[in-house]
Ligand binder design. Structure first.
Ligand code: ADP
Length: 542
């Protein structure tokens, strides 16, 4: 027997319609590339996103074709999120931190017809536009009088001129909910980047899931600052969840340094923020140096790479802010797990609670997870067995754009490339990327655990643990570290710091001090590059 409820496709346009109707005066605040602060409302954003849709119609961009963006988090980018996807085109967010050649490769692979960019990135497009023959219209996200005249880019228009004459009404099409809405490329640490094509359905379901209390717990009472970029995995879906909840939105634009973020958090009374550990490290550094406090911030989601326990502790103990440690990836829209306590944990000591809060947390409803051994056999969820993590669910990739890389699934499950344990309560502990795993004397050493201990030392700003070939043990770990400005620690002192914090045989054999650890376009440590940089290094005693 069929259910007798209404069939209504889940569409991204419904999110902005909802925000306009019920949170029309809800504020959206943006720090602009120009440096000033821009303020308007969901109603203004909705109106202008309809103008974007009309501008795309005027260009006759067919339904399903791609519109690229190279832009910071800001109100114009937000309008493109809705105007492009809402009207049936595919929003293709491009990571401007990639090498310009890769940006050109991605624009061509996606076959973008229109590319919208912040002025910060004009030099990239000036260099590559001749290699992007499919792009018919370039749009600079600025006022008419700010349009640069020296780029040599043909068919270049300012965003404000582009939408200015367009009607503010638009009938969003009743699309099939499974059609593509957004395209985001993985960072391509190996080989070319691969495109992940989110659908309207997957994006709306993800928006519901992200808002749940044990996930981001967003509501109309919140003021939300996504530091995570809208150019990578849709700022963890916050632009959609925000419209679904009506929370105040605060966009940081290009200013991601500790001082600028702190000023915005305070001025806009932000209650909830989201970012990768490196950004929060800059923020905490600024607070410590200037003896500052947060007056409104309550919670922050940290993910993208492992959040060091020392950071979780500092946020809580010194600043009274709850860190929600999250794990996910481009292929998962990105939310997989997020860490909050269960009722039965409330009576535990603060230290015991912290131990749980340092894991990557429990699966969000909708995400199924399992860990398997080298033969693909499922391993128990006992918090001890380690294996490759596989996931499935309605906002997890089925195949890559244009079938790149063949069928990525194994019996319907997506292999994440992460190695993890899962405990009986469902808490996930990521120990490594499978390619970074260190095997010593037949046992695994978690590079993340080794890094987290170094990061707990007051003199260390960043740490990368890598395995070095060893004639007897196969591999031995070393830790490559960057000291905090003005701080000092000797090799022996840091090695001693490991004692009692990790099994003796897991303590690194050596410490290598460097000025910087190479970071990729999404802020993750690039261990392959790091190995190249320390080529010629040999383990002590060999
Ligand atoms: P890329 O495009 O480089 O794949 P993603 O942002 O999709 O970038 O990266 C996903 C990967 O980042 C995960 O597979 C995992 O290895 C790592 N990661 C994300 N969040 C965490 C976390 N909280 N702890 C440890 N690793 C994480």
């Amino acid at each position: 027997m069929q259910g007798q409820m209404q069939e209504r496709p889940l569409l991204i346009s419904q999110l902005i319609d909802f925000a306009e109707r019920f949170h029309g005066d809800g504020e959206i605040v943006s720090r602009r590339v120009e440096g000033d602060i821009h303020r308007y409302t969901y109603a203004d954003a909705a109106l202008r996103s309809r103008q974007v849709a009309n501008a795309l119609d005027r260009l006759s961009v067919p339904i399903g074709e791609r519109v690229g963006t190279l832009a910071w988090n800001g109100y114009r980018h937000f309008e493109l999120y809705y105007g492009v996807s809402g009207s049936g085109r595919v929003l293709h967010t491009i990571n401007p931190r990639l090498h310009p050649e890769q940006v050109a490769w991605i624009i061509n692979h996606a076959e973008d017809e229109v590319v919208c960019f912040d002025l910060t990135f004009a030099p990239i497009l000036k260099a590559i536009h001749t290699h992007c023959p499919k792009v018919r219209q370039w749009v600079a996200l600025c006022d008419a009088d700010a349009l640069p005249s020296d780029t040599g880019i043909p068919n270049l228009i300012s965003y404000e001129s582009w939408i200015a004459g367009e009607a503010t009404t638009y009938a969003w099409p009743e699309l099939d909910e499974s059609v593509a809405a957004c395209l985001c490329y993985t960072s391509g640490t190996t080989g070319n980047p691969k495109g992940v094509l989110y659908s309207h359905r997957s994006s709306v379901l993800h928006a519901y899931a992200a808002a749940m209390p044990d996930v981001m717990c967003l509501s109309a009472k919140d003021s939300v600052l996504p530091v995570v970029p809208m150019f990578h995995v849709n700022a963890w879906g916050i632009p959609y969840t925000a419209a679904a909840t009506g929370c105040k939105l605060v966009f940081p634009g290009p200013a991601l340094d500790g001082k600028s973020i702190y000023e915005l958090l305070e001025a806009e009374k932000v209650t909830f923020a989201a970012g990768v550990p490196t950004v929060w490290q800059m923020l905490l550094g600024h607070l410590q140096q200037n003896n500052l406090r947060f007056s409104t911030l309550q919670r922050t989601v940290i993910g993208g790479s492992a959040c060091p326990p020392a950071m979780i502790r500092m946020f809580k103990d010194t600043y009274g802010v709850t860190v929600l440690h999250a794990w996910g990836m481009t292929e998962m829209s990105p939310l997989g797990t997020l860490c909050t306590l269960k009722n039965k944990h409330l009576s535990l000591s603060a230290d015991e609670q912290l131990k749980i809060l340092c894991t990557q947390g429990r699966p969000v409803f909708g995400v199924s997870m399992k860990i398997v051994d080298d033969e693909g056999r499922e391993l128990p969820h006992d918090g001890k067995a380690q294996g490759e993590l596989l996931v499935s669910g309605p906002w997890i990739v089925r195949s890559y754009f244009k079938g790149e890389g063949g069928d990525p699934l194994i019996d319907g499950w997506f292999p994440t490339g992460d190695v993890a344990t899962i405990d009986a309560d469902g808490y996930l502990h990521i120990t490594d990327r499978s390619k970074d795993v260190i095997k010593s004397g037949g046992e695994w050493i978690s590079s993340i655990d080794v890094e987290n201990i170094a990061m707990a030392h007051p003199a260390i700003a960043m740490a990368a643990c890598i395995g070095m070939r060893h004639p007897k043990w196969d591999e031995r770990p070393i830790v490559v570290v960057v000291k905090k400005p003005g701080a000092d620690v000797a090799r022996e002192e840091l090695l001693k710091f490991y004692e009692g914090r990790i099994a003796k045989w897991q303590i690194p054999d050596d410490v290598v001090f460097v000025d910087a650890i190479p970071l990729g376009a999404t802020g993750k440590m690039q261990k392959v590059k790091l190995r190249e940089e320390i080529a010629g290094y040999t383990l002590p005693g060999l």
